[in-house]
Design a protein around this ligand. Sequence first.
Ligand SMILES: Nc1ncnc2c1ncn2[C@@H]1O[C@H](COP(=O)(O)OP(=O)(O)O)[C@@H](O)[C@H]1O
Ligand SMILES: [Mg+2]
Length: 155
Amino acid sequence: MEVVTLRSSSEAETIQQGEQFASQLLHGDVVALEGDLGAGKTEFVKGICRFFAVGDLVTSPTFTIINQYDGAMPDGATLKIYHVDLYRIDSPAELAEVGFDDMVFAHNAIKLIEWPEKAAHLMPAKRWIVSIQSDETDDDARVITVSSPQIPDFA
Ligand SMILES: Nc1ncnc2c1ncn2[C@@H]1O[C@H](COP(=O)(O)OP(=O)(O)O)[C@@H](O)[C@H]1O
Ligand SMILES: [Mg+2]
């Protein structure tokens, strides 16, 4: 599996890294964003949304669970972005209630999912994994690892 490691020393740099990462994304892609509370997952999402020229304010969907934005691919084709924060989800029933199962398989949208471990049983095997770690010695430093989606290996 291809893994790229990035280092960020500020919120602005993380946003920039999100923006650069987004240039690889295609319709239907799922991005799992891992990391503790305050790691910078939502900041990274802001960068992805900037790449897709999202006009709406990108905020943490902690209370709404799923935010939906209208974006555009570089060639101008329109695109939906689902920004999901599963932090407050505690059961499969709650996931079903917010329509997670249909949303995660939508072909016409890019899906950005914070706290994917809350929906481990529903996450597609083929997904990007962005993992953000803080650095105990520097409040503004982050290590961001990006794994590209793989075709599941049935061997
Ligand atoms: N290098 C960095 N990258 C991202 N966020 C940072 C960085 N340094 C400090 N921060 C701060 O950390 C917080 C990250 O918040 P947020 O993105 O909402 O986290 P999460 O979505 O992972 O819970 C913000 O307050 C941001 O200003
Ligand atoms: Mg967040």
